[in-house]
Ligand binder design. Sequence first.
Ligand code: NAD
Ligand code: TDX
Length: 332
Amino acid sequence: MRRLLVTGGAGFIGSNFVHHVISNSDDHVTVLDKLTYAGNRSSLDGIPDDRLTFVQGDIADAALVDELFRSADAVVHYAAESHNDNSLHDPRPFLDTNIIGTYTLLEAARRHGTRLHHISTDEVYGDLELDDPDRFTESTPYNPSSPYSSTKAGSDLLVRAWVRSFGVRATISNCSNNYGPYQHVEKFIPRQITNVVRGIRPKLYGAGENVRDWIHADDHSSAVLRILEAGEIGETYLIGADGERNNKEVVELILTLMGQDAAAYDHVTDRAGHDLRYAIDSTKLRTELGWAPRYSDFEAGLAATIDWYRTHEDWWAPSKDGVEAFYASKGQ
Ligand code: NAD
Ligand code: TDX
């Protein structure tokens, strides 16, 4: 039995990973999560007490982090401020958590010699033209656009420096856009699904031609577990499932799957600095570590996600009105 420490384990992707580990290993998991507006303890419901310890706290709290590293065999670091639109409104928490928080974990990993896997995003690479035949690879230069993505890029660079200068045993993964259950309603897909449930028209930024490379959160989790088990220290792995779609197509598909007119959405104010296209080439992960995604059918995965939001209104309803009020104040 391994003792895993998972930061941000009450968030969308972190909680998915915790459930994945509990189902696919006999590891014990300790979650360290601050329970910001984005964290939800109930996303971990159903896990037996003898498999999970939940600690509410901040990854930038050096004393707490040091104590938790003492009894961890490996750490998987998901905790972050994760929403681009929030970072345009108030960047400070992004610096505190994504930069100082990651630094705090790296210093503990250095002191204790702990294996660390750092979760990052494809947004560190900036964006691609719609007709660019190339996709992001592990050697694409960093070129982040937003306060969010620049703090994620900064955290990746800290990890690389701590590997090289201090011998910290770390790996990094950069994944494309995730979808699935338990995603906060501020994000694109859950926002539109819950809008339709509430009788509000979906909101598309600008013309809606921006492309995202969608992957189911379960596939992200299986990739991270594979990297934790077989990844080479110091290496970066891109995670993606060949799921490119533009935002207009996704909104129209949500409306159709929910029995509405596919044109029943509004165009709203575009996001400042809005990245045009992300696309991941995950050849390295697939060939070197033998990983493959399970969800090849985006429409089926989206339909199951819609069902989940329809049947879990108690999970998302407390956040919905506040999120919509925030967007309304921005004309979005
Ligand atoms: P999320 O916003 O749903 O969850 C973040 C979690 O971190 C929350 O539970 C929150 O309470 C916790 N947290 C925030 N600040 C903290 C702090 N200072 N100390 C302890 N806990 C703190 O985010 P998500 O979408 O699940 O993303 C998780 C990770 O995956 C992030 O590092 C993000 O950059 C990365 N990522 C996300 C996507 C995506 O599509 N959502 C894609 C690629 C990478
Ligand atoms: O209401 C909306 N309308 C809209 O058109 C919202 C909320 C978003 N959008 C657009 C903006 C993006 O082009 O949809 C796309 C997806 O938006 P988000 O869900 O905010 O995701 P994105 O900005 O692409 O970032 C996501 O993927 C990479 C995650 O939030 C990040 O944490 C991750 O690093």
